[in-house]
Design a protein around this ligand. Structure first.
Ligand SMILES: C[S@@+](CC[C@H](N)C(=O)[O-])C[C@H]1O[C@@H](n2cnc3c(N)ncnc32)[C@H](O)[C@@H]1O
Length: 258
């Protein structure tokens, strides 16, 4: 099979739901929910809830006396989130920017923000918002990748390295925020309770390509003159042959609000 570089962007809502349902996605999300120690009656805030990936699980854990607030700035994501939670009366979905959280100060018992800080204008300002929104004693779960750790196996190791560098420098806004989470959390006034690193591994080429943007971002890197066309195209075509391996580190930090 020969693979050529593609431009199509995946449907983001479906992609996120699919990613969350795969082994690596399920495992870290489950662990995060366990670490958050959600109890019946809690008010829980999901910042950047996307298509509502975790809202049903949060609603189940806080029960009928609890409340789940999902916030996202993307109306298309929220339309999917609303559809998926239509039958859940405790779920409240709000369209807003994470830099201006639409919640009363000190009303949130638990909060999570999963793969969102890497995209926002100011991760520090979003954490300051979370500090205002949460009650003393609240637990907050933060999960972000560290794209510097993106390892793609290829015959041409230098091009894999160049691809990782392009991803961190040109594709993702705060590509290494994962390793900075504990620092940012303390600066925002939280206490770090747990810090864990997990490593999602991709052994299926199509899945890796879709999730990591291999073809999409390589094509962009070539077009912008960061990677030589012949090498970039050969690198991508080679990935589809034989065993595929790619991985990166995902950092989870759970902190408390004193
Ligand atoms: C990678 S998705 C993660 C979605 C969800 N947390 C999950 O685990 O499936 C990132 C989400 O963050 C949202 N987002 C990015 N910047 C935002 C901002 N400044 N305010 C609110 N939402 C934001 C995007 O719209 C998108 O839905």
């Amino acid at each position: 099979m020969s693979k050529t570089l593609g431009v199509s962007r995946p449907d983001q809502a479906s992609y996120m739901l699919r990613a969350a349902s795969e082994d690596a996605g399920r495992a870290y999300k489950q662990r995060l929910l366990d670490l958050l120690d959600l109890r019946a009656g809690h008010t829980v805030l999901d910042v950047g809830c996307g298509p509502g990936t975790d809202l049903p699980a949060l609603a189940e854990r806080v029960g009928v006396s609890g409340r789940v607030i999902g916030v996202d700035q993307d109306p298309a994501m929220l339309a999917t989130a609303r559809r998926r939670t239509a039958a859940m009366s405790t779920v409240d979905i709000r369209e807003a920017d994470a830099h201006a959280l639409p919640v009363e100060p000190r009303t949130v018992d638990r909060a999570k923000i999963d793969r969102v800080l890497m995209h926002v204008r100011s991760p520090a300002d979003v954490l300051a918002q979370l500090h205002t929104a949460t009650r003393p004693g609240a637990l907050i779960g933060l999960v972000e990748p560290d794209w510097d750790t993106l390892a793609v196996d290829a015959q041409d190791l230098e091009t894999s390295r160049a691809f990782t560098r392009y991803t961190t420098e040109k594709v993702v806004r705060h590509a290494t925020v994962g390793r900075r989470l504990a620092h940012l959390a303390v600066k925002a006034g939280f206490r770090v309770e747990t810090a864990i690193a997990t490593t999602p591994v991709f052994t299926d080429f199509e899945h890796g390509d879709h999730t990591l943007g291999l073809g999409r971002n390589m094509q962009q890197a070539i077009a912008e003159g960061h990677i030589d066309r012949t090498r970039g195209e050969a690198w991508f075509a080679g990935l589809a042959h034989g065993p595929f391996y790619a991985s990166f580190t995902l950092v989870t930090v759970v902190c408390s609000r004193p």
